[in-house]
Design a protein around this ligand. Sequence first.
Ligand SMILES: [Zn+2]
Length: 233
Amino acid sequence: MHVALTFDAEHPDRPHSPPGNEERLLDVLAGEQARATFFLQGRWAQAHPETVRRMAEEKYLIGNHSHYHARMRQLTAEGFRTDVLNAERAIIEVSGADPRPWFRLPFGSGHHSRRLARLLTALGYRHVGWDVDAFDWIETRSAREVEDSVVEGTRACGSQAIVLMHAWPETTIRALPHVLRRLRDQGAVFCTVADLPTGPTATAATPNEGPSVDQLMEGRRFDTPIRGDGPPD
Ligand SMILES: [Zn+2]
């Protein structure tokens, strides 16, 4: 099966993110010769130019993950365009890589929105969703839980899967070597979203297997809102 591991690289909003985490992630991927896709927040790219240059040099596919990482349905058309283009400019300036046509909406928020899809198309982009969510952004989850979410969720997908992870949680780095080995043992080929045999067809912003966000959150307190989305517009 083809597995597109995707990592959103952005300013962390949770505490389980030691400095240099993204560099360690690149070390793990390089050690296992695994291809992957990075969606970069423009502001994060500006703050970490060396790491972004390394991503480009090591031939990872680079996509656009907005500049301010806002819930983009709340933006006007002009605000939306400005944000996407600011990120694009930052990414090209730092890495030399043009992120088009790959875009990931922050939080997946607005992935059903025809308005946002039209705005993205006009800018030369398409939103890339995911089939499997590692839920690695939840600081109370263990590396083993992250690993199992990815391996079991991917196995349930069949011939291809897009996996959502983040570049900043420490648990992601601890889980990743096991994820790579277990999936390879099951015959996985790691590719970018551009190289998926039937294209990046995932549109779900929620996992198709595994626990729901509500189940994961049960009994736990968080000081930031639960990631989610309203009805389509
Ligand atoms: Zn993000």
